[in-house]
Design a binder for this molecule. Sequence first.
Ligand SMILES: [Zn+2]
Ligand SMILES: [Zn+2]
Length: 71
Amino acid sequence: MVCKGICQRYKAKKPGMNGRYDAGQKRCSQCEIFINWEGKHCPCCGYVLRTRPKGTQTRQRLMVIQKIKRI
Ligand SMILES: [Zn+2]
Ligand SMILES: [Zn+2]
């Protein structure tokens, strides 16, 4: 379960108006990346991908902001 960098090939670009999950993108919490991938598991590390979260939108946004601040 380690990131091998394969996910970078499937890296999803930030969608315009719609959210990432609305655009069909999935998140691998192991690689910490959004990818365009049909499968349920990450093609890179094999971790189960996250699809639509329920009520965690605001929370995730906050986490992103906190990450940016840390950098
Ligand atoms: Zn990866
Ligand atoms: Zn992964």
